[in-house]
Structure formats: structure tokens, C-alpha cells
Design a protein around this ligand. Structure first.
Ligand SMILES: [Zn+2]
Length: 111
């Protein structure tokens, strides 16, 4: 899962660097409001944690696909076609990412 907040002047999505998985966690990590410096127009701005939104992290999905290919090739040599069951690993990772992002986005803290 990745966290973003849009610039107030140029609307560029800026990455919020935090390992928080929920909005209250983010508030604990950064405070209810925190400073963001836009990577596109360099404008400093204060952002509330409610202005942050989450999306799926494509890097984690790619890692999951690579792992599943490696495990599939390994299992293929032992159990043959049943080894392809690992193909569901990326699907499960993607679903977990989507659920985490949805949970983050659907919960707002009180201002
Ligand atoms: Zn900007």
C-alpha cells in the first residue's frame, strides 16, 4: 500500500513517506497535520491526514509475481502441474493490498 496527497496548486500526487497502515496510525506518525513540499511545483503546504489517500503498491505485486514464478518452477519439478497452485499468490497479494487501501480510505479521523 502507498500513501499519497494531492498538491493544492498543481494537483500532483505526492508520496507520503510512512509505514502507517491506517489513518490513526498515520496521525500518530505524522501528527494530524503535517508539512508537504510538492515534488512538482515545490510549494510548501499543510496537509491534514484526511487529505491522504492510499493505493495498491505495484512493487509489492511485482515481488509477489516473481516469488510465485520461482516457487512454481521449484514445485513443478516435484509435484508437476499441481505446482501451478502458487499462481494465486499474486492474486492474494493484490487482494490484500486493495483491502488495506480501501480500509485506509474509508476511515477518516475527526478534525
Ligand atoms: Zn504542486
Amino acid at each position: 500500500m502507498r500513501l499519497y496527497t494531492d498538491c493544492i496548486s498543481c494537483k500532483t500526487a505526492n508520496t507520503v513517506k510512512s509505514y502507517a497502515s491506517t489513518r490513526p496510525d498515520l496521525a500518530m506518525d505524522k501528527g494530524d497535520e503535517f508539512k508537504v513540499n510538492c515534488t512538482n511545483c515545490a510549494k510548501d503546504q499543510n496537509k491534514h491526514v484526511n487529505d491522504v489517500y492510499a493505493t495498491e503498491n505495484p512493487i509489492i505485486l511485482i515481488i509477489g509475481i516473481v516469488i510465485s514464478i520461482v516457487v512454481t518452477v521449484y514445485l513443478w519439478s516435484i509435484v508437476g502441474v499441481f505446482g501451478t497452485i502458487t499462481i494465486i499468490i499474486p492474486a492474494l497479494i493484490w487482494q490484500q493490498q486493495r483491502n488495506a487501501a480501501h480500509a485506509f480510505n474509508s476511515y477518516r479521523i475527526e478534525r
